[in-house]
Design a protein around this ligand. Sequence first.
Ligand code: CDP
Ligand code: MG
Length: 137
Amino acid sequence: MERTFAIIKPDAVKKGYAGRVLARIEAAGFTVCTLRMIRMSKREAEGFYYVHRERPFFAGLTDFMSSGPCIVLCLEAPDAIKKWRDLMGATDPAKASDGTLRKEFGASIDNNATHGSDAPDTAAFELGYFFRGLELS
Ligand code: CDP
Ligand code: MG
């Protein structure tokens, strides 16, 4: 078993897609270990996306992620990190395969509906950024 960190991003929550994304998560066989709806501050979004701080899209990305409520989740499954990245699809919804969440629910590369950790070390950092150990037990 493996755990990964996921976000249903503010665009998807605002458009009323959260329930459908959760249904897809369950149908794909993930266990939702825990989840919470939060509204990130600009500083919290900057801390979360610290690895991207030098990128040209950093300011827009952190404005967007702090623009409204999102849902943060811990997902568990065999090979969960890759399994969740595969279900999300490519970063740019225009390049995402049919049947992926970003294809179905994303509008553009900056409004792409979902987030997922890309490796075991980032999953550990990202889970720890939003959840206490007790919530993940
Ligand atoms: O989310 P993912 O891991 O697929 O992509 P990333 O390269 O880690 O980028 C993080 C997020 O920044 C993406 O999900 C996009 O929302 C955003 N981004 C953007 O707005 N413009 C870009 N040119 C690249 C990424
Ligand atoms: Mg990433």
